[in-house]
Design a protein around this ligand. Structure first.
Ligand code: NAG
Ligand code: NAG
Length: 638
């Protein structure tokens, strides 16, 4: 800072001795000029200066002479100095300019920028006459201090970012050459152990839960002379093709796909619910259950009671390991039975209500196992509409996947089978989540791994909003993309509105704003990522702030979670800090060079009540903010 003030003094001296300095033709002109004119500094005469305050004495400036500076300076500065809000606005504008202009710049370039700023500040003030010259210096000094601080901060954080980017890029590269993923998302390894099932595979794939793979790995690495636990690739399918013709079409495609994915080294055992299903599910890793074959919730419960049972070792063989991943195929509309056309489908038989109960049942069975010393169970609920006769003769795929129950329409049998294959063996985000899918995948059309990953990435959170923000900067050589950086800085700035007393944000829930911890991820197809988390906090006023829909959600939660597992220790719940939920906003640059903003739920566990109203408030503000950014981008053409 000392050094800087010194250079400032030199700079100022130099410029004033040179006399009038013109406006430098730089992009920095625009915001500065605009700002000075709105402030009321007219270029014609000091007389035109009017404060917004009505009681301002118009003759004041006339009376002030430079020679008398010692006497009037204090008062004058008080009148002329920038208000906090003005400083704030100016700072935001300058910051934007700096972030924009100096992404790849070194300190020298920033110094140049500062010089230009100083020149312009002086030039514009000069026109106000001698009296304001001193004030300009005062204002400038304030300003320069801020800029100085900002650029230091900017460079500091950027350095970290650069380093992190390089590290991650290096790690990704290593992971790519060794065929393993870097993060859990790509599940190449769990706890240092390979969980890839099968041999010579170019894509990581996993049957059964991550946890059971880890245990299997631990057992087989116990080199106590025990024979390693050999596991066959096995899938248990429960379906009733008589009850649901679509199932037959889907299974015909799926068995072919599984054979291909596991190089024919896989067994598929198919049973109807009424048949004699083996205890422990034949030690299959996955149970794929078409809910249309079940009558209701209790049929699922008794079925799983059998299938998930551990079986005793037979004649010196290893003990059986029951399935650790249950995939339930359900139907679109089970969460929308009040809406057409689902209300009609549900009307006489309550068909969708029953499916909904089955969905809720698998969720609570999975959760209930986590604290009982039982083997953990992953679940996936996949919702399809009607299964079409075929996928058509098109030349492209049209598969859409969303979390929850939000899509309407048919699905082709090949598309459905591929979605199931992904959910069963390839997609970590499909674990413990509910998804719906529509569309078609004509045979002969192949979908790349990265495209599949991108279709499933919305399940993480889950995602509640995605806005495309156009391409990043063109220059591909740069590690840092100025467009991305600018958008990220902009979103961070936006999020500060929720800090402090959050006045005027419309939120009734208190929040904390924190940086996102999610870095770029090869698996997610994201090369740059930054973001913020807006975390909901407990209200002292408690339930008074709950909205109708939040109340409903709470009630639902009680209904679904309560009936299966009621006996969990209440003391344990109280002692644990409650996760109140939150919204994480991620600014991302994808592998294709596109910028996007995604919002996902965060800070959740299964006791968290979703705060839909608060989410909506944040999302609608975010939409506006991103829209403004995209529009500004259109105007300035960058
Ligand atoms: C899925 O949820 C169950 C129960 O909460 C848990 O035991 C299991 O580890 C989870 N699986 C994954 C992959 O997170
Ligand atoms: C696809 O092509 C076959 C023969 O080329 C034709 O019989 C069939 O009707 C076509 N299907 C669709 C959905 O266009």
């Amino acid at each position: 800072m000392m050094l800087h003030l010194f250079s400032l003094a030199v700079l100022f001296g130099e410029l004033t001795s040179k006399g009038v300095v013109g406006f430098a033709p730089t992009s920095l002109n625009a915001p500065l000029i605009k700002w000075t004119t709105t402030k009321g500094f007219s270029s014609q005469s000091t007389r035109r200066y009017q404060s917004n305050d009505e009681d301002e004495e118009p003759e004041l400036l006339e009376k002030l002479m430079p020679e008398e500076e010692v006497d009037w300076r204090t008062e004058f500065s008080e009148r002329m100095k920038f208000s906090d809000q003005e400083m704030e606005e100016l700072r935001a504008k300058l910051k934007e300019e700096i972030v924009d202009a100096s992404i790849n710049a070194d300190l020298e370039e920033i110094a140049k920028l500062k010089q230009q700023l100083a020149e312009e500040a002086i030039a514009s003030k000069k026109r106000m006459g001698d009296a304001s010259k001193l004030n300009a210096q005062y204002g400038k000094q304030n300003l320069m201090e801020k800029i100085d601080q900002m650029s230091a901060e900017f460079l500091g954080s950027n350095e970290e970012f650069r380093e992190a980017t390089k590290r991650i890029a290096a790690a990704d590269q290593m992971a790519a050459t060794s065929g393993r993923g870097v993060d859990w998302g790509s599940w190449g390894t769990v706890g240092g152990l390979d969980v890839v099932v099968g041999e010579s595979t170019d894509m990581p794939r996993l049957l059964g839960s991550v946890d059971s793979a880890r245990r299997r790995g631990e057992i087989s690495s116990d080199a106590d002379g025990d024979k390693p636990v050999v596991s066959e690739n096995r899938i248990l399918v429960i379906s009733d093709e008589q009850k649901d013709k679509g199932v037959k079409r889907v299974m015909a495609e799926l068995s072919g796909l599984l054979d291909k994915a596991f190089e024919s080294d896989i067994k598929i055992d198919t049973y109807t619910p009424a048949s004699n299903i083996p205890m422990g599910g034949n030690s299959a890793q996955v149970a794929l259950i078409f809910a249309s074959s079940l009558n209701d919730r209790s049929s699922l419960e008794s079925l799983l009671g059998r299938v998930l049972k551990r079986t005793a070792p037979v004649a010196g063989g290893p003990a059986g390991v029951p399935p650790s991943h249950v995939v339930i195929v359900s139907s679109l509309g089970t969460e929308r039975t009040n809406k057409m056309p689902y209300s009609i489908q549900n009307m006489f038989t309550g068909k969708l209500d029953k499916l909904r109960e089955i969905e809720q049942s698998i969720v609570s069975i999975s959760r209930g196992r986590s604290d009982g010393g039982k083997m953990p169970l992953d679940y996936t609920i996949v919702k399809f509409g009607d299964v079409a006769n075929d996928d058509g003769n098109g030349s492209g795929e049209s598969i859409e996947i969303r979390p929850g129950d939000h899509l309407d329409g048919e699905i082709g049998p090949n598309a459905a089978a591929n979605v199931l294959l992904q959910a069963i063996a390839f997609q970590p985000y499909a674990r413990n989540s509910t998804l719906c899918a529509i569309g078609s995948l004509p045979s002969g059309v192949s979908v790349e791994t990265s495209v599949w990953n991108d279709k499933f990435v919305c399940l993480s959170g889950p995602e509640i909003l995605r806005i495309e923000a156009g391409p990043g900067a063109k220059d591909d050589d740069k590690i840092l993309d100025p467009k991305f950086e600018q958008l990220a800085a902009y979103i961070k700035e936006w999020s500060t509105a929720y800090e402090g007393d959050r006045k005027g944000t419309g939120l009734t829930t208190p929040v904390l704003v924190r940086n996102s911890r999610k870095g770029p991820s090869e698996f997610d197809g994201v090369i740059s990522r930054e973001g913020v988390r807006i975390l909901f906090q407990t209200t002292n006023t408690g339930d008074r702030y709950k909205t109708a829909s939040e109340d409903k959600a709470a009630e639902k939660e009680r209904n679904s979670g309560g009936s299966v597992k009621k006996s969990s220790d209440p003391a344990k719940i109280i002692s644990k800090a409650r996760k109140e939920g939150g919204v994480e906003i991620l600014v991302e640059k994808t592998k294709d060079g596109q910028l996007r903003v995604r919002a996902r739920r965060c800070n959740m566990d299964h006791k968290t009540i979703v705060k839909e109203m608060s989410e909506e408030v944040i999302l609608s503000s975010l939409k506006k903010a991103v829209k403004a950014w995209v529009e500004a981008r259109g105007v300035t053409g960058f």
